[in-house]
Design a protein around this ligand. Structure first.
Ligand code: ADE
Length: 421
């Protein structure tokens, strides 16, 4: 076992291993990739530095890359999302150096990113682009070794596209989130279920009959709105994009500006990727007892410093995940998970079944970068559509679902233009 790691307690390793195996049993596509990787060793000698949520599902990705011959290190992509049992198991059972302790402060978080970069990666693997950003800002001497990277999430891809547009991005990156087998499933069904799970674990509130305000109507917010509705909530959606707002209306949700939603909401969830989506003037209007949380990548969507300033300073610590801010007018507003990703802060993140496809894209994305080294530009790439479709096909096969194929006659019909009315 390497002595270079920082986890909470290696004594948690056996529990971590059992949890990792439980997740693995619901990750059939990644399992198949791992079996192929073990035979072909396509990543032999490749150093990978990964900055991902340290969960049971991520552990299975790390073990897949390792089976492919990669030399992997892992750090957390969020201070509150690490599962300490998993971190311990990867170190103790898989000899994978991990730098992640749940609840680490910001300085430790960044020191962990740097410990992962000390590995001198050929490939970076990110969830939110903090690793790539740190590499470009403070460790640019390491960039000459880097063949490319992969990025998991919408927020990270927005940052990377901004870097590419500025001419600042110095290696190619595969946008895993852009794969259909990622965002249509992980963002929608994964975030939908795990966000509601986080809210319920933190509060045990009954969702039925309550007004849930969902900020944004991207794939993540759609999932949250859909699942809240399924539990009997009145769902209000806020949006800035007219097309998405219209979709939300036609999906049966009430759409209104946040200033109006603020007055009627019982539970607020943000998933927009933007800053101060719930701001002080919204919180001024909220009802006593309103619950506010975030499921977007960064903890900037709720103006927490503003909330602290407008409160009396008295905090009611209801439980590990729920803090009440007492207002001068006597109201208390409750914030969950310190405004960080509620699905990982208070629950276990997305279920393995959807991470199976996301991480199949990560593993194949790393292989894509390696296979195409020297041929890619310093920009953001999407995984080839055939690979994306193959992941969906493997998933259906594992689920025992059969589906149709076109007949020759149908192929010919689609390829001609003469036949019409
Ligand atoms: N992001 C959301 N859920 C996750 C999970 N279970 N593992 C890794 N990253 C995640």
């Amino acid at each position: 076992m390497s002595s270079d790691f920082h986890v909470k307690d290696l004594g948690l390793a056996n529990e971590g291993r059992r949890r990792i195996e439980w997740a693995e049993s619901d990750m059939p596509v990644l399992r198949q990739i791992r079996e192929r990787f073990a035979k072909e060793r396509p990543l032999k000698g490749l150093r990978v530095s990964a900055c991902l949520h340290v969960t049971t599902e991520t552990a299975n990705l790390m073990r897949t890359l390792q089976a492919g011959g990669a030399d992997v290190v892992l750090c957390a992509s969020n201070p509150l999302s690490t599962q300490d049992t998993v971190a311990a198991s990867l170190v103790a059972h898989d000899e994978i150096p991990v730098f992640a302790v749940r609840g680490e402060d910001n300085a430790t978080y960044f020191s962990h990113l740097n410990r992962a970069l000390d590995h001198q990666p050929h490939i970076t693997m990110d969830d939110g682009a903090d690793l790539v950003s740190e590499l470009h800002k403070h460790r640019s001497n390491l960039i000459e070794n880097v063949l490319g990277g992969t990025e998991e999430t919408t927020t990270g891809i927005i940052r990377l596209r901004a870097m590419a547009a500025d001419g600042a991005l110095r290696f190619p990156v595969v946008a895993v989130n852009d794969s259909m087998t990622k965002h249509l499933f992980d963002n929608r069904y994964g975030t939908g279920q795990s966000t509601i799970d986080g809210i319920i674990r933190a509060t045990n509130l009954l969702i039925a009959g309550r007004t849930v305000v969902v900020a944004g109507y991207g794939w993540c917010s759609r999932g949250i709105a859909m699942r809240a509705k399924g539990l009997g909530a009145h769902v209000v959606v806020t949006e800035i994009d007219p097309v998405k707002a219209l979709e939300a209306v036609m999906d049966g949700f009430q759409v209104m500006p946040m200033v109006d939603a603020a007055r009627v909401g019982d539970i607020f969830v943000t998933a927009t990727g933007d800053i101060n989506v719930i701001d002080t003037h919204h919180m001024e209007r909220m009802k006593n007892g309103a619950v506010i949380c975030n499921s977007g990548h960064f903890n900037v969507e709720i103006n927490l410093p503003g909330l602290a300033d407008m409160s009396t300073g008295e905090i009611v610590q209801v439980n590990e995940h729920t803090q009440g801010y007492v207002m001068p007018d006597g109201r208390t507003l409750y914030v969950l998970g310190e405004g960080r990703l509620i699905n990982l802060a208070a629950a276990a993140g997305h279920p393995a079944s959807v991470m199976d496809m996301s991480f199949a894209n990560q593993a194949l994305g790393a292989e894509f970068v390696l296979r195409n080294q020297g041929q890619l530009e310093n920009k953001v790439y999407t995984i080839p559509e055939e690979v994306d479709r193959e992941i969906a096909r493997l998933k259906l096969e594992a689920m025992g679902v059969k589906f149709d194929t076109l007949t020759d006659e149908q192929v010919n019909y689609l390829n001609q233009w003469q036949e019409g009315t």
